[in-house]
Ligand binder design. Structure first.
Ligand code: HEC
Ligand code: HEC
Ligand code: HEC
Ligand code: HEC
Ligand code: HEC
Ligand code: HEC
Ligand code: HEC
Ligand code: HEC
Length: 466
């Protein structure tokens, strides 16, 4: 009995030893092989498309992998569908033809050669996604270059340099893409994925600002991270506000349960997500409200403006709807998760914040500023060359926006400490300085102009034809 148990134990030990020695041996052998994800082309596609895929798989595996994982690849939408040069295209990548003479590259043969365009625009996407492209084209996103030039002192008074604009402003707002005399894309205008970039085919925007290439994912666009590259910072801190709100807290706590990949038109409040993301409130369909690529829908105020106005009264780019209709759409989104009194009471606080900002703070400051200009105590020809002009700018552009925006998206710290608290301080400082000048008749001290104030003040003719 005892002997048999001993043999059994010895046998088991030996087997165990083999396993212990055997498995690491296999692992060691495996790790010598790179892990390559297979991609077999099992669908019919033109040989020119196979060439793009196979050659780019070798030269730019990142581009290839993103495409291979996309819904486009699934649906047999190939590189040709987006990049094949269309009649009249001016952004043809001329240098690209050389790769078809390269025997060291897969499919580097002349017989696969086709002309390709580097830029893929909303017009290109519109062949298959006409509704999204149409809605997008009428949005403030798409038209922001026009809006900027109608409003902005940095541009119109040439207060910063062209490169400061390229690396700052235009990364978010978009460039006017230009083709230089050699037929190449002007590097001062490219690469760019700003929301309102003006493409050489005349279409406006870059769909990649929310659906980055080459995944073109709907899931990505539904996440707050799709918006936070632009919607942040001292003058429009929407992502910080969201992070502070209960909705943002819930997003972080439960996002692993969210189903971001639900098919279009089926992303459902309470089932696919517990609390809304930016897209859920501003873009995605919910209940009876349809998905829209025009982000001014659902808004009842323009809180980025100096004086808060209704979207239909926003002079540089009036909306073609009325604010009650749009507010009701937003309320219908909230109603998927909240009762009416919760929602109405929220809007009550938001509306009061807007009215207090307008009446108590902004209008008196504006009135005082006009008086100073009128009496010649502050000089109107240049901007930001007097302390009072800077104070005036910051009270509406920074602090006053934060106060209104904190209230509009449920972030108490932004509404108060970064918002109205700072507005109050600024208001008093502004008034003290302004009243002193008015009492003494002294002219405001003028700074040296801002350095590097060299940017062009000429409006782009592509948008403002002469
Ligand atoms: C034989 C190899 C090869 C083939 C086939 C090929 N490409 Fe390329 N492509 C390249 C290389 C190499 C580059 C340049 C990469 C770099 O700049 O480092 C390039 C660049 C590009 C660019 C960027 C061009 C620019 O100037 O901005 C695009 C877009 C592109 N290819 C699309 C395509 C499409 C679409 C197809 C199929 C119609 C295709 N390619 C076929 C090798 C190839
Ligand atoms: C759904 C449309 C679409 C498809 C399909 C597509 N592309 Fe693109 N591609 C784009 C867009 C959009 C850009 C970014 C340029 C822009 O903003 O206009 C881009 C950029 C590129 C670039 C330049 C990227 C860089 O960072 O230098 C290359 C190279 C390229 N594509 C190759 C390919 C290849 C190869 C395929 C097929 C495997 C492919 N594309 C399929 C839309 C597409
Ligand atoms: C030749 C037609 C065609 C072109 C051109 C095209 N698409 Fe698509 N796209 C499709 C089809 C088909 C689907 C649906 C695939 C599916 O659901 O399986 C799709 C799906 C999508 C989706 C949803 C992806 C998801 O995760 O559910 C997005 C976003 C998208 N396309 C964006 C774009 C953008 C942006 C462009 C231009 C840069 C573009 N498409 C160009 C045909 C096209
Ligand atoms: C980080 C991205 C980013 C940068 C950089 C940026 N902006 Fe903006 N800008 C935005 C966003 C986002 C808004 C929308 C704010 C809102 O509506 O809440 C905006 C709003 C504006 C508006 C108001 C438009 C309106 O409808 O009233 C103007 C004008 C403007 N920006 C001009 C500029 C200029 C000029 C620069 C550079 C000096 C610049 N921006 C830099 C993202 C940016
Ligand atoms: C690449 C930069 C960029 C990205 C990404 C971006 N936006 Fe914007 N957004 C802007 C700019 C710039 C403006 C200001 C346009 C103007 O008024 O001239 C703006 C304005 C808006 C407005 C205000 C419209 C109005 O009428 O005042 C809303 C709402 C908005 N964006 C929502 C979103 C949402 C939601 C996302 C993400 C799904 C997003 N944006 C992604 C740059 C961006
Ligand atoms: C400001 C961010 C933003 C920009 C820019 C943007 N999209 Fe979208 N897109 C979204 C969001 C968010 C959704 C998801 C809506 C939903 O929840 O169904 C979406 C969904 C889509 C879908 C899937 C629709 C469906 O019903 O399956 C397509 C296709 C699409 N977008 C195409 C485009 C095209 C084409 C452009 C450029 C003209 C573009 N998008 C620009 C944010 C954006
Ligand atoms: C709970 C829903 C909700 C979420 C989530 C949400 N917003 Fe908003 N947003 C609102 C409401 C409500 C307003 C004010 C609407 C009005 O004017 O009546 C607003 C206004 C805005 C505005 C307009 C500012 C202007 O020009 O007046 C922008 C820009 C904006 N949101 C961007 C974002 C971004 C970016 C995110 C994500 C980081 C986000 N929102 C998340 C509900 C939401
Ligand atoms: C997908 C569901 C969903 C949608 C849509 C939604 N909310 Fe919420 N909201 C929640 C949840 C869940 C909470 C957390 C409630 C709690 O504290 O128990 C919340 C909290 C809030 C709070 C309380 C904030 C706090 O600090 O306690 C306010 C106010 C609010 N939501 C307003 C809105 C408004 C206004 C809209 C529409 C513009 C909206 N919500 C859309 C799910 C949603």
């Amino acid at each position: 009995m005892r002997k048999r148990t001993l043999f059994l134990i010895l046998g088991l030990l030996a087997a165990g030893l083999l396993l212990v020695v055997g498995i690491p041996f296999n692992w060691a052998q495996q790790s010598n092989f790179p892990q390559v994800k297979e991609f077999r082309i099992e669908r019919s596609m033109p040989p020119q498309a196979v060439a793009c895929i196979e050659c780019h798989k070798a030269t730019q595996p990142g581009v290839f992998a993103d495409w291979a994982k996309s819904r486009h690849a699934n649906a047999n939408i190939t590189c040709l569908d987006c990049h094949l040069a269309q009649p009249g295209d001016r952004d043809i990548a001329k240098g690209h033809e050389q790769y078809y003479n390269r025997s060291d590259l897969p499919y580097g043969e002349a017989k696969y050669k086709v002309p390709i365009a580097s830029i893929v625009t909303p017009k290109d996407c519109s062949r298959c996604h006409p509704d999204e492209a149409k809605q997008y084209a009428r949005s403030k996103h798409a038209n922001t270059i026009e809006i900027m030039w109608k409003l902005d002192p940095w541009l119109n008074k040439g207060m910063n340099s062209d490169n400061e604009r390229k690396t700052g402003c235009f990364n978010c707002h978009g460039t006017v893409i230009k083709i230089d005399e050699n037929g190449d894309i002007d590097p001062n205008t490219w690469p760019n994925a700003g929301v309102g970039r003006l493409n050489v085919d005349g279409s406006k925007g870059a769909c990649t600002s929310c659906h980055t290439r080459h995944r073109f994912s709907v899931a990505e666009a539904r996440m707050p991270e799709a918006c936070d590259q632009c919607h942040l910072g001292p003058d429009h801190p929407q992502i910080e506000i969201y992070e502070e709100s209960k909705h943002g807290t819930l997003y972080h706590a439960y996002k692993h349960e969210y189903n971001f990949n639900a098919a279009g038109g089926t992303w459902t409040a309470g089932i696919d997500y517990r609390a809304p993301t930016c897209a859920a409130c501003h873009m995605s369909g919910s209940g009876k409200v349809l998905t829209s690529h025009d982000v001014t829908e659902r808004l009842s105020w323009e809180t980025q403006a100096p004086l808060t106005v209704r979207p239909e009264n926003f002079k540089p780019f009036p909306s073609n709807s009325d604010w009650q209709t749009e507010r009701n759409k937003m309320k219908a989104i909230c109603q998927q998760c909240h009762g009416n009194s919760w929602i109405d009471d929220f809007y009550d606080g938001f509306d009061k914040a807007v009215m207090e900002y307008n009446e108590v703070y902004f209008k008196p400051v504006k009135k005082k500023m006009d008086e100073l200009y009128e009496k010649g105590l502050v000089d109107k020809t240049k901007y930001f060359d007097e302390h009072l002009e800077l104070q005036y700018y910051e009270i509406w552009h920074h602090e006053g926006r934060r106060a209104r925006m904190g209230a509009m998206m449920m972030a108490p710290d932004y509404a108060w400490w970064h918002g109205f608290y700072e507005v109050k301080n600024r208001f008093n400082a502004f008034m003290e300085e302004a009243n002193h000048l008015l009492k003494t008749g002294e002219k405001a001290y003028r700074w040296d102009p801002y350095p590097n104030a060299t940017g062009s003040t000429k409006r782009p003719v592509e948008i403002f034809p002469e």
